[in-house]
Write a protein that binds this ligand. Structure first.
Ligand code: AHG
Ligand code: MN
Ligand code: MN
Length: 336
């Protein structure tokens, strides 16, 4: 019998489409276009350390443009590819104030919200960064998508995921049938299934929070983190701290190894009373992924992230996300 070949991401997308006889192939088309954008960004990220050197010799990138800042590049790459893919009607990007229309004649039935390059403070120091995406079905009647089409709660997402540019480039996504991870083989430019049906361990020994903000924390965060640091071998404490400062990288590690990530409200920045992370581009897609993998995502007052109806495109939300039992324990501290 011949050996089974590696499953490509397009094969996986096609196979899951077949489970839905009513599917038109548009979601598959959308995901495939996004993946191409991700590969282009991945290639550029891998060249980042050389950008200055090559830039001096007038480097021209794959789009025929001179070198630009990596987050602008990622934003422009996704925008340009998706505005003419024919599968979406409107977009929103963490990098842009207003909604992004698609080209006339190319309107499709989905919406796309994305964080083109999450963890951008890590770009220059060779630490993992990523692209996060969230897809909803269009609700409004007209041809053009509207802001209201983007302001839907996370539980209505039809797809969500991220591409992480790390020690290797990986795509992790869900269309509501589990979470699957693919690793890019750069020699052939193809994503192969490397992590089928990812399940986040129910209990962990890792926590991720910006601990430098301790003195800005409210009591609930302080008490919970103090609890994680207590010595108690029976419950596996103290936990270990892992904080990269790229949500995508912190989330990815916790998804694979188990862990809890917190970005709660604090007293640090009164202009961001809801914490720092954005509901549409960061919290909601990660919440769908974690739920599909058996984990939980809540706010620091115990609300289900997936049930929050966004009021504005750039709304921020306090986020507690990760292993089920850990989030349940955290919730007790936040609700007591
Ligand atoms: P972005 O680079 O897209 O602006 O997001 C950065 C976010 C997120 O990736 C990370 O978890 C968080 O900022 C880190 O913030 P602190 O530096 O305040 O810990
Ligand atoms: Mn981000
Ligand atoms: Mn970003």
């Amino acid at each position: 019998m011949s050996k089974r070949l590696g499953v490509t991401v397009s094969r996986q997308i096609m196979d899951s489409q077949k489970l839905h006889p009513e599917a038109t192939g548009e979601l598959s088309g959308l995901l495939n276009e996004l993946i191409v954008a991700g590969k282009i960004i991945s290639a550029e990220v891998n060249m980042a350390g050389l950008a200055d050197i090559l830039g001096q010799s007038g480097k021209v990138n794959i789009q025929g443009e001179t070198v630009q800042k990596l987050d602008d590049f990622a934003n422009a790459t996704i925008k340009r590819r998706m505005e003419q893919c024919g599968y979406i009607c409107v977009m929103a990007s963490e990098e842009e104030e207003e909604i992004i229309p698609v080209l006339d004649g190319y309107e499709g039935k989905y919406t796309l919200a994305f964080d083109p390059l999450d963890g951008s403070s890590n770009i220059d120091v060779n630490v993992s960064i990523g692209t996060i995406f969230s897809v909803h079905r269009k609700l409004s009647d007209g041809v053009k998508g509207t802001e209201a089409d983007l302001l839907q709660k996370g539980s209505l997402q039809v797809a969500a995921g991220y591409i992480i540019y790390g020690s290797s480039t990986m795509l992790v996504y869900t269309t509501g049938e589990g979470v699957h991870g693919f690793t890019l083989d750069p020699s052939v430019g193809e994503f192969f299934l490397s992590h089928p049906d990812i399940r986040i361990p129910a209990h962990s020994k890792y926590y991720s929070v910006n601990e430098a903000y301790t003195n800005y924390w409210f009591d609930s965060t302080r008490k919970y983190v103090d609890y994680l640091k207590e010595i108690d071998s029976e419950t596996g404490r103290p936990y270990s701290l892992r904080y990269i400062g790229s949500l995508v990288a912190d989330f990815h590690r916790n998804l694979i190894t188990g862990g809890i990530f917190l970005y709660p409200r604090d007293r640090k920045n009164t202009t961001k009373p809801e914490g720092k992370l954005r509901l549409l581009y960061e919290a909601a897609p990660m919440a769908l992924l974690v739920k599909e993998a058996g984990g939980v995502a809540i706010t620091d007052d115990g609300r289900d992230i997936l049930e929050i109806v966004p009021e504005s495109l750039h709304q921020r939300v306090p986020l507690i996300i990760g292993s089920r039992e850990d989030v349940e324990t955290a919730k007790k501290f936040y609700l007591s």
